[in-house]
Design a protein around this ligand. Sequence first.
Ligand code: ATP
Ligand code: MG
Length: 421
Amino acid sequence: MMHRKPTLSTVPDFLHSFAKRFAAHGYRCLLVGGSIRDAVLGFDVQDFDIATDAHPTDVQGLFRKTIPTGLQHGTVTVLYAGHQIEVTTFRAEAGYSDGRHPDAVEFGVSLEDDLARRDFTINAMALDLHTGAFIDPFNGLEDLQKRLLRTVGSPSERFREDGLRLLRAVRFSARLDFRIDEETRQAMQTARDALRGVSAERVRDELLKSLSARSAAQVVSILDETGLIGHVFYEDDSAQTIRYAASERTRHLDLIPPDLPLVRLAALIALCSEGRGVSEAARIADRLKLSNHDRGVLTTLLETGPVSDSQLQTNRDIRLLLSRCGPGMVQEISCFSAAIRADASGGLSERMERRLREVLAERPPLTVRELAVDGRALMHELNLSPGPVVGVILKELLAFVIDDPNRNSYEQLVDKARTIV
Ligand code: ATP
Ligand code: MG
């Protein structure tokens, strides 16, 4: 497909009136970065990046509703016509001594200098919203047409300045299905240590965004080929105990839909860790500083392991599974299983997924909290004092009810509890 030069006619109306506000005060206003790249590619653009020569405090003065998103870096978010527009003052950067944050940010530079500090040629194009001029000093449009990812300037310098760009390269090439230019690719390998300077949170965010690309297998391949994979999964990659690598089996990660990046990660752990998945999931959750929710999903999947239809003969088997992994995890468990056992016996059939949903619709009690008795009632009825034994009894009662949900009445549970104590 031939991608054309962007023009003003493709810009939504609200951006024209937005730009007029700048013109009225003698400032420039250009559409830049990801928004122009995605517009040329024909994607539906929601996040608009604007560059201007107005100082951040001037931008705040132009609009009623602004958020000082990153004032020291020159970024102000403007709430305008129901959109959040990121406005960044032309800037240059100097001296990345920590490989992540520039030591100094300089305003008052030209648009060309501003474009030169950007990471990839396809992210360094601008459309002047007043004159309609298209500014593309690094031939980003040509690279878009060639489906090529290439840094602005010397790749090894750019990666050493900011190690996050290594993972941005992986993400953009996977998301757009672009080839990485040879020189850029080699520099990813030689400068891979620069990833050490990147915080765990940023590594996590980039990894999960990358795994949301169409092909997770491709992400794993690029990470493996460039040697970045060890740096992603280990804070200190010389201490690797499990080797993450692309293989015939990691191709099956793409059986998991792109909108479930965490499940793709769980499957990758399961595929690479050969039986040590549960402890490895906990280690990865620490390494990547996953949220409690995400850590829960990861450990649940690895603890449950792959499931197949043959393991779910009765409704009781199904309730047991749902109780162990939580009712919201049917799709996750199913595609996780399919990726691990990529053959006919793996995963759950559609018929089985439907059956799981039917069992769920009957609303059987699946957690201790849904039992018809609680700890207090038990202590009262059985004359127990508080202690771990109460929890043990409740767990046994849950197993009793999962065997047969009709047993979930106060009387039956208290009677049963008396036989346990
Ligand atoms: P998306 O928002 O889809 O992830 P994007 O290209 O818009 O992609 P942002 O992180 O929103 O990425 O950044 C906007 C622009 O800022 C980029 O297009 C690029 O020009 C520049 N940029 C962002 N991060 C960096 C970086 N680490 N180094 C250099 N330039 C960057
Ligand atoms: Mg963006």
